[in-house]
Design a protein around this ligand. Structure first.
Ligand SMILES: Nc1ncnc2c1ncn2[C@@H]1O[C@H](COP(=O)(O)O)[C@@H](O)[C@H]1OP(=O)(O)O
Ligand SMILES: [Mg+2]
Length: 392
């Protein structure tokens, strides 16, 4: 196998002899299909195919690690290292797949992780874990005849240090969105988008634990429902969902509900990530009857895009700055399915300002029918909250 990146000083690839994770049976996984630009009229067809393949490969690695976490009970010990391994591993695989499969030219990736922590003393073991896990995933998949050295791993992670911005093309990646859900054995997503001249033109969301048909089957209502959904959207071409394990893509669209009484809403599982009291008062003002559906990660955007629910509310606590990788893929998945995504003041999200979004208070998403009344309820609820806190 050829070392990556070429030429390496000394290839350091070797099979894992032991692991801090529970040992797992090795099973052959189906090889991912090679990327081919389709004659589809989609100007980003090649990029879309590469993006889907990249997140599918990363999802394989994440699933392996999550199964190990759940089986070994690491979560109970609050040990963050397995999620760290999966985070870095996912980022490396996405970066590799994009560089191998997208037409040559300048490559810019804005991603959550960098290699600083891994270069510190004491990180050798975790670096070895990542190197082994990435190389094993590449061997299992069989698409790329390469093997990473530890130095190659560090430099591949640092491919993600781009600052993004308003000009040129930038890939935007959250290698594991929803790390809290990942550790709990719940929902998470690998979220990848492409910015072109400051606009999101493509987004893919791999959601390995999301039911393929509907989140209404999340609590075991439909035991036969397959999990593992891959959402994809390209500007002007709509949104599709397919199985992460291969199935024909299906066009999806947001629900058409126009009476909030019949609506349900999504929000963060973690109350530290979004103010559940504020979202509760928005829902009450609207007349929403159903209880909130709480799910980790951008899987919420995917679920909204196929009409599993009607509204998404996200109101982080004061001082939190939203990052572009937490919304770029999810927002185009919703807008191409006919929905609207704005900040709390009704402004479009602006992904052209670098690694952060610069926005007013919160993020909301729904269909076109409900947006005017949702915006009104949001603004009233925020005003009341502000008035109440100024009286304290
Ligand atoms: N204090 C916080 N407030 C809001 N969002 C947060 C906070 N801390 C982390 N996040 C981010 O919220 C996202 C998950 O949202 P949700 O709760 O809807 O699943 C993750 O990207 C997570 O970042 P990170 O990926 O760094 O953990
Ligand atoms: Mg995230």
């Amino acid at each position: 196998r050829l070392p990556y990146p070429p030429p390496p000083p000394i290839p350091t690839y070797r099979r894992r002899a032991s692991s801090s994770f529970a040992s797992r049976p090795r099973r052959a996984s189906p090889r991912l299909l090679p990327v081919r630009a389709m004659a589809s009229g989609n100007p980003y067809a090649a990029e879309l195919a590469a993006a889907k393949k990249a997140v599918t490969l990363a999802a394989r690695l994440c699933k392996t690690v999550q199964q190990d976490i759940v089986h070994s009970g690491v979560q109970a010990k609050a040990d963050k290292s397995p999620v760290t391994v999966a985070d870095y591993g996912s980022q490396i695989l996405v970066s590799l797949a994009l560089k191998m499969d997208v037409a040559s030219g300048p490559f810019s990736l804005v991603a959550e992780e960098d290699s600083e922590e891994l270069r510190k003393e004491g990180a050798e073991e975790i670096l070895e874990e990542i190197t082994d896990l990435v190389n094993e995933t590449i061997v299992d998949d069989g698409s790329y005849n390469i093997s990473f050295t530890k130095e190659g791993i560090l430099s591949a992670i640092d491919d993600g240090k781009s600052e993004g911005g308003p000009s040129g093309r930038h890939w935007v990646l959250d290698p594991i969105d929803g790390t809290k859900g990942f550790l709990r054995g719940d929902q998470y997503a690998i979220a990848l988008a492409l910015l072109d001249e400051g606009k999101v033109v493509l987004g893919v969301l791999a959601c390995p634990n999301l039911p393929l048909s509907s989140v209404n089957n999340l609590n075991g209502n439909s035991s036969g429902d397959q999990v593992g959904a891959l959402f994809s959207a390209t500007i002007g071409c709509g949104t599709e969902v397919e199985s992460l394990y291969g199935s024909p893509p299906q066009k999806i669209s947001v629900c058409s509900i126009d009476d909030p009484v019949n609506a349900s809403f999504f929000e963060s599982y973690e109350s530290a990530h979004s103010m559940h009291d504020l979202t509760g008062s928005i829902a009450k003002k609207l007349g929403v009857q159903a209880p909130p559906v709480r799910i980790d990660s951008q899987a919420k955007y995917g679920a909204l895009a196929r009409g599993d629910g009607a509204i998404y509310l996200r109101f982080p606590h004061k001082g939190y700055r939203e990052k572009i990788w937490d919304h770029a893929a999810g927002s185009i998945v919703v807008t191409e399915a006919g929905g609207i995504v704005t900040d709390a003041a009704g402004n479009d999200l602006d992904f052209s300002k670098g690694r952060f979004l610069d926005l007013d208070t919160g993020i909301i998403a729904t269909n076109k029918n409900l947006m005017p009344s949702l915006l009104k309820a949001v603004q009233e609820a925020i005003k009341e909250t502000n008035q109440a806190s100024s009286l304290l």
